[in-house]
Design a protein around this ligand. Sequence first.
Ligand code: SF4
Length: 414
Amino acid sequence: MSALATPSPRPPEDRCPGALRAHRAADGLLVRVRLPGGQLRPGQLRVLADLARVESDGALELTSRGNLQLRRLADDASVRRVADRIAEVGLLPTATHERVRNLLASPLSGRDRAGRLDVRPMVRDLDAALRGAADLASLSGRFLFALDDGRHDVAALGADLCWTGDSQVLWLAGTDTGLRAGPEDAVELLIAAARAFLRVRGDRRDLWRLADLPDGPARVTAALRPDGTAVPAELPSAPSGSAPAPAVGLHPGGVLVAGTRLGRLTADQAELLADLAGTDEIVVTPWRSLVLDTEGPDIVGRLATAGLLVDPASPWLGVTACTGRPGCASALADVRRDVTGALADAGTAGGAALPAHVAALPVHVVGCERGCGRPAGPAVLAVATGTGYRIEAGGTSRPGTPAAALAARAERQK
Ligand code: SF4
């Protein structure tokens, strides 16, 4: 059982950042650019790289929802300049709905044969339908849609509303309440379900997500069924557990997946990816990697030289971290610096005495008890305490260091 504390009571207003509503972090203003389905054109990525250099700290942050963030903006004028530039290149097509365009999609959909269908056109349709629905602007910036092409990757990432291309089920906060739609009707059903959520929520604007609503899946389903059709009592659960991220490296057909170190993409790396992608779309994945179609000599080597992750054995792929110091005022440690040091030390540090069944799990390092950004599925947590770190794993909690947790992982994987 995790000893992480319950988050403090939430404010009634959702303060999730957007491109027009910056978050005032400890290290400056932070803006988030929504990318439905993670989709991005190379020219758009170039503009973001330029903004990262001129307005931010020289890098873009990839989020667990396949969005991008710029941090350390100096002031409101900088936020406006960023908004103007991204609007010029089509990354801010709406002012009213920009924070609600939270839409995951299977990142390799249409690029390999693992899915049942190509959901990319559905992403565009759902985004357009969402932007066209004035009432849905009142969804919170945390409400999440997902379109899974049947491989059950993004279906395991905790969306409020998720349609899957194999069973054609609409999962409501991970529950199958019997709602079904074919690909041609799925967008309409998703929009109707989002509206039903708002109706059931009423004026409780502090209920940001479907899981916040008591009996949410059943009540939303009932609201979608005006004839009062009974909700089936026993139905299977949505796919859960650790979602399979697409492996980094070159895939058949010239599809390339490049990982990032702790979700940070430097402006130089972004420009290299934009150059290699040519005119084809790039996808930012919820696993903080990028997908592009590319061919040519020594592509993998060029990306590796630029510091991107293209070797599936890279130790960087097994570790994630929250913001930590200096970006978060609550942080008790500079977790990213500590992770970098831990990876350097992991070869010499003794492994933490972790139970064998958890020692190979991903390691997530956090700066305080809130435990932000914890990955889906089981993980070892390294929690800063102010005097060091505590390692939580497999129901146990003991003093330790990120280096020891990573060394244990490396040992277990040999
Ligand atoms: S877990 Fe990390 S990002 Fe979240 S509040 Fe604590 S220090 Fe900040």
